[in-house]
Design a protein around this ligand. Structure first.
Ligand SMILES: O=C(O)C(=O)C[C@]1(C(=O)O)C=C[C@@H](O)C=C1
Length: 377
């Protein structure tokens, strides 16, 4: 994998658009969005792509015509198809993929797994990676969303809502942490350990046993870089074996995560959604808010249970714009609920579930409907 030489700082994003011109002349704001209120369009697109269903031949001919008009229109962005997810963008150049961190970060490996042979573009912050996609500096972003030991990466849940990108895929990465130090430094010399807070949390037991003082930095590879560049002799980094190679460090301990099954799930984000299919296992991610009241969340989740739709993740986050709701003189915290369920938006059953949820949700947005990463780790 070739790597972009410069790391994108947040400020560089305000300097205008560089990069792929054929993409830059497509209107980023015109991307089709699956949002509450525009979900008719979502249903239309998915139903127009169903073949051999109850609408019969006539409607599939009409659907093909509509699809052709949509494809030919110079004003409308072309939605990504499922098999366009990897390798190249439409003009044949390599996909430029933003990730948070520096070279050797797990996120870089995830970007490479999601888009083999991509040009991975390091970004200082998660926010920068989102913006880099929105401003057409890169084609995609690959960002961590949850880890099997450390739990959710809340910042990215919040950013999903603040930005207008679509989830077009997921990738799971087995994370095997090493303890890295400069050559000549022994494990007994160590007093401090530097790493990303998630990585420190994933190695909690080992680090406590070793009695090391934890210091949080932006990413695991950044910690390795700091140890090497500052020639520290009392500190180690929790990072990957790949980072040890890149920054010329010694691996003093291997597999230090608290459980051998340490997996991080990353989201693949793009300006445009993919057309959901039914040819493979799909997952859909949504976010919604509800009125205050007894049993409202139970009712919301029942729209899936009633239809035998399996939920794979639920996360609640404070609704920042309206953090408190007053009712009958009392003040309640207000929440956003993020739910992942195992169904494609091309499935009528999923469309019906969301139509049902729309009846009482105060807000609903589909963040993406995308193929499940079924690779064995
Ligand atoms: O610091 C890195 O190397 C990252 O890619 C970030 C990150 C995360 O945010 O969870 C990714 C995978 C691991 O779970 C640890 C850290």
């Amino acid at each position: 994998m070739a790597v972009h030489a410069v790391r994108l700082p947040a400020t560089q994003l305000h300097g205008g658009i560089s990069g792929n011109l054929s993409q830059a002349n497509r209107n980023p704001n015109a991307a089709i969005r699956f949002v509450c209120g525009s979900s008719k369009r979502c249903r239309f697109i998915s139903s127009s792509l169903r073949d051999g269903d109850e609408h019969g031949k006539e409607s599939s001919v009409r659907a093909m015509e509509v699809k052709k008009i949509l494809e030919d229109s110079p004003l409308l962005p072309k939605p990504l198809s499922s098999n366009q997810l990897a390798e190249t963008v439409s003009n044949g150049s390599r996909v430029r993929v933003a990730y948070q961190g520096v070279r050797g970060a797990y996120s870089e490996s995830a970007a490479d797994k999601a888009y083999p042979n991509c040009e991975a573009v390091p970004c200082e912050e998660f926010d920068t990676a989102f913006e880099a996609v929105e401003r057409w500096l890169v084609d995609r972003a690959v960002l961590p969303i949850e880890n099997s030991l450390g739990g959710s990466i809340h910042r990215n849940y919040d950013l999903l809502l603040r930005h207008n990108l679509h989830i077009v895929g997921e990738v799971k990465l087995a994370v095997r942490h090493c303890l890295l130090a400069n050559h000549g430094v022994n494990i007994e010399d160590l007093k401090r350990v530097l790493s990303h807070p998630q990585a420190l949390a994933q190695c909690e037991n080992t680090l406590t046993r070793m009695g090391l003082v934890r210091e949080a930095v932006d990413d695991t590879a950044g910690a390795a870089k700091q140890i090497a560049f500052e020639k520290l002799s009392d500190a180690a980094a929790v990072a990957s074996a790949e980072a040890a190679k890149i920054y010329g460090l010694n691996i003093v301990a291997e597999d230090i995560q608290d459980d051998s099954d340490n997996v991080t799930r990353f989201l693949m984000l793009a300006r445009e959604p993919i057309i959901p299919g039914t040819n493979r296992l799909f997952k859909t991610s949504i976010v919604f808010s509800l009125e205050e009241g007894p049993g409202v969340l139970f009712k919301a989740l029942a729209v899936f249970a009633l239809r035998q739709i399996n939920l794979t993740k639920i996360e609640s986050r404070p609704l920042r714009k309206h953090p408190l709701r007053a009712s009958g003189g009392l003040k309640y915290f207000d929440y956003l609920f993020y739910v992942d369920f195992e169904a494609s938006m091309a499935d009528e059953v999923a469309q019906n579930a969301l139509r049902h949820l729309e009846e009482f949700a105060t807000f609903l947005r589909v963040l993406g409907s995308y193929p499940v990463d079924t690779t064995m780790l």
